[in-house]
Design a protein around this ligand. Sequence first.
Ligand code: ZN
Ligand code: ZN
Ligand code: ZN
Length: 722
Amino acid sequence: MNSNSISVKISVLLPVPLDHPFDYVSDKPLAPGTLIQVPFGPRKLYGVVWNEKNPTSSKTLKPILSVFEDVRLPDVSLKFIEWVSEYTMTPRGQILKMALPAPEVFEAKGESLYGLTKPPQRLTPQRQKVLDFFGASTTPLPLAEISEKTEVSEVVLKSLLKEGVLSLKGDRPWAPPPPPPQKSPQKPQLSLDQSNAAEAIKKSLESHTFHTFLLEGVTGSGKTEVYFETIDHVLQSQGQALIMLPEIALTAQWLQRFETRFGFQPAIWHSDIKQSQKKITFRAILEGKVPVLVGARSSLFLPFPDLRLIIVDEEHDGSYKQEEGVIYNARDMGVVRARLSQATCVLASATPSLETELNVCSGKYHSLQLADRYGGAEMPDVKLIDMRKVKKASQDWISPQLREALHQTLARGEQAMLFLNRRGYAPLLLCQSCGDRLMCPQCSVSLVQHKFQDKLLCHHCGYMTRLPSTCCACQEEGSYRAIGPGVERIYEEVKMILPEARCVLMTSDQLTTAQKVSERVQQIQDHEVDILIGTQIMAKGHHFPLLTLVGIVDGDSALSGSDLRASEKSFQLLHQVSGRSGREVRKGQVLLQTHIPEHPVMQALVHQSREEFSALESDQRLIHGFPPHGRLAALIFSGKKSHDVEKIARMLAKKFPLTEKAELLGPTPAPLSFLRGQHRWRLLVKTTKDFPPQPLIKVWLSKVSLPSTVRIQIDIDPYSFL
Ligand SMILES: [Zn+2]
Ligand SMILES: [Zn+2]
Ligand SMILES: [Zn+2]
């Protein structure tokens, strides 16, 4: 630093799990949000200038290493990080990390470029390809691109680099992705409901003030056309729009619809996207060059400079809640993000959550309804099959009525779907002679038999083993017996009943990527499949015109357990699955197998009386002060030693501050009392709606010192109670 320069103290937030910014010195003042690089212990870290004054310390401060002059997180992103951190009680650094997924993309140096220096001494067909490539073109390229263009592996290229055949020729600064090819957009004719909804949203967009809408309509009512119409409006005003979808719902078919409508592809952001692509997208977003992005929940944290519209598709979907790392609900945070930038938020669903419905009732959200199935198709009839009265063999899971319906559907040349939300062959294995149950060694749950892959799996920690030939307890030979059905077992049964039928399984075991989902969806649309058997992965918005029968194998499976939303979630899932049946001109039917046909969930499905059901559910929650009428925060304690975990949970419970507004439930061992080798206990803090629990929890936890052997996770607005 020369003698003329001033020395300014700069506060810097770093993308590490710490809440407070660190102080450094700079030779000039820097605006909050500016991307910089600083020394941090032995490491160099990217961070952003934070608008916060630390108390002066006498320590000598380290100078910052570099400043990225024009790279700044927008103010709204900084506010959003503060807000989410405060609400979820998560260190700010951890939230920053989500807003800054690839800061290295702003390095001026960019990517290293390689070119041909001399011919190799030894030639192979692979090496010849590289020579030919550079014979025709002399421009140096990054290794990854040479590999892509020559179809020669990077291993081969690196060996050429080592021998000096290829060498470093320079660097290429990051460039924005080439503009997508523009085809002429196709505007569809909207129904009256659709255009009314779109107009209301456009009016909000024009007002530049924050509004939240609930766009309510059943599967097939044409919500997507409303999204597109409003996105079009944002595009014309040069703003940005974000559409969030449940992860697996983003298929090639959906993207095709978008491209047909707009003539270009939107940017995409989810866990399957390659890091190199994420870098390009991230940079383009911060530079305001991404007009529309479609993504999973994590896309909400991306630093859009002028986000005008956030659409949350299937707003009730549980996958918007991130349960690990930073625990947050992307739907709720989406509304907050919209408010911070005076944007418009659209929550869409056929079966809105009670939280959202209450916000409509209280006037916070505006309701928009799409009444009809677009194109005039009717909702399917739902019939209950009372399994208590059905006569069938004990190892059969499909009732005679459902079997008959399958026969008839296939005879008409149509398709059927069997739904069971249980992966694998059987959820439980018991020894027939001593009753021993095969458990995961690291979790307090049964191992699930996956017969088609010949293995036993823990669905919670991923532990995998083979079926032992003798009982682990009594050593009896071949004594384990599969109890209850999973989708593989249903597949087996269908193969027995209808050996000629073309069946496929659709679960996350088969469909591991969005690509595979797209391929399977295409197969079904092309009528290469007669019966699909699957879990909730196939409940999402696919469009199968020939599918006219949905059979729900076990309608009761999600109703048991300790989840206060069990009924609500069951209804949403079964309703969504039912909606797969009969679209366009063919009327569909749904056969729902249940042991409790009188249950309000079953009755609401049969009578298509969602509103009555919601009202009933809501009243039940009101009596107990549960969400949406009250607030919850869960504290989950975990550790290697059961005794330590219990002790801390009990000790903390004793110190809970007494107030009329808050109540403590627990401590109790968690339903999943042992998970990945950790013992678990839970506490639940219940407060009234007007009393956010965070400040109370902060004070409460600050009064006790916790041993390092017990970890506490705070889950605000818990969605899972395991
Ligand atoms: Zn309003
Ligand atoms: Zn045994
Ligand atoms: Zn396990």
